[in-house]
Design a protein around this ligand. Structure first.
Ligand code: 5AD
Length: 354
């Protein structure tokens, strides 16, 4: 089978064929995949690119993940947390820009307990009934997720980081387990959240088998959103000397995920924008359909340093860059579209034989 044929049959490809594709694809194969991915995105979402206003509410974190600049063991990290009024002011500014999804993201900071968070979430919910509220605050108990959902949160981002147990142990201290991470994702789904997961590309110890596990996990779990970005070493972490992940492989995986989950919301991530020139644009060309501009107050933007060199750009010039690509900013909340590949493949004139 040629790689073009593999790409045409991607949604039905067994693991070993996915392996061959990941290991042997050429730049021409990548272009072919991206063409398919763009076509599928257009069938699902037309020309819309959805913007999500990212509010980084706290750089405190009780965890010690080996890759992350916000790990508690990094005593050089600058810590801050935003107050209620500051967070609400970010949303107000974002809403005036036309944003209709707010993402409250932060390290696992116990100061943001359910009482404080529910108060903020319900205030945003009451002020902006036309907006989606996304939380990205790590692992919490099921009751906490339930309380936040009841307060008005709609979506939750919690990257699974790697679906391979051994690899998970390599990236995290022993108190964090893949099992707990997956339980959180299942809880979130059961409660009624639209759920996002995702992983880094090229994190230390990642093998092709890890990536195959990630793809198989996504295929089975079918999240509404998937965040994928290259690993970028941070100088004040144990992974300081590790090589960064490949932007090319990140783009290839974005294209694959668009084909495997046609209706998924797929951000061109900040990490991709940081790792490659025009990385976000390249992400959109590979099948992504979401961009998450930073709407945090200016004075904290250089403090939320998950990795070094992070692109802290906000809304400036975004519309122009999206429209220059023949795409447009989506209006409304931009919820995920339920779409199954079988129908889509038939619409495509389906290549059923492998
Ligand atoms: N490089 C790239 N991505 C990182 N993340 C954390 N640290 C890094 C890094 N050094 C990602 C993780 C996390 C998300 C908030 O950022 O996947 O879930």
């Amino acid at each position: 089978m040629t790689n073009f044929k593999r790409i045409e049959n991607l949604e039905r490809l067994p693991r070993e064929e996915l392996r061959v594709l990941l290991e042997t694809h050429t730049p021409e194969d990548a272009e072919y995949l991206f063409m398919r991915a763009r076509k599928i995105r257009e069938q699902a979402y037309g020309k819309a690119v959805y913007l999500r206003g990212l509010v980084e509410i706290s750089s405190y974190c009780k965890n010690d993940c080996l890759y992350c600049g916000l790990r508690r063991g990094n005593h050089r990290a600058q810590r801050y947390r935003l107050g209620r009024e500051e967070i609400l002011a970010c949303c107000e500014k974002g809403h005036a820009f036309g944003l209709r999804t707010f993402v409250l993201q932060g390290g696992e900071d116990p100061w943001f307990d359910d009482g404080r968070l529910c108060d903020i979430v319900s205030e945003i919910r009451d002020s902006y009934s036309d907006c989606a509220i996304t939380l990205s605050l790590g692992e919490r108990g099921r009751e906490s997720y339930e309380a936040l959902f009841a307060a008005g949160a709609d979506r939750y981002l919690l990257r699974h980081e790697t679906a391979n147990e051994k690899h998970y142990k390599l990236l995290h201290p022993s108190e964090l387990t893949l099992q707990t991470r997956l339980r959180c994702l299942r809880d979130l789904r059961e409660i009624g959240y639209q759920v996002g997961c995702g992983f880094m590309v090229g994190s230390p110890g990642q093998t092709i088998d890890c990536l195959l596990d990630d793809l198989e996990f996504l295929r089975a779990f079918r999240p509404e959103m998937v965040g994928i970005g290259p690993f970028l070493p941070h100088g004040d972490t144990p992974f300081a000397k590790e090589p960064p992940g490949s932007p090319e492989l990140t783009l290839f995986l974005l294209g694959m995920v668009r084909v495997l989950l046609p209706g998924v919301l797929l951000p061109a991530t900040t990490a991709l924008g940081t790792a490659a020139r025009n990385g976000r644009e390249q992400g959109l060309l590979a099948g992504a359909n979401v961009i998450m501009p930073n709407i945090s107050p200016d004075y904290v933007r250089d403090k939320y340093m998950i990795y070094e060199g992070k692109d802290t750009r906000g809304m400036e010039g975004l519309r122009e860059r999206i429209e220059a690509m023949g795409l447009e900013i989506g209006t409304g909340r931009g919820d995920a579209i339920a779409m199954n590949n079988e129908k889509l493949t038939m619409n495509n004139g389906g290549n059923s034989e492998i």
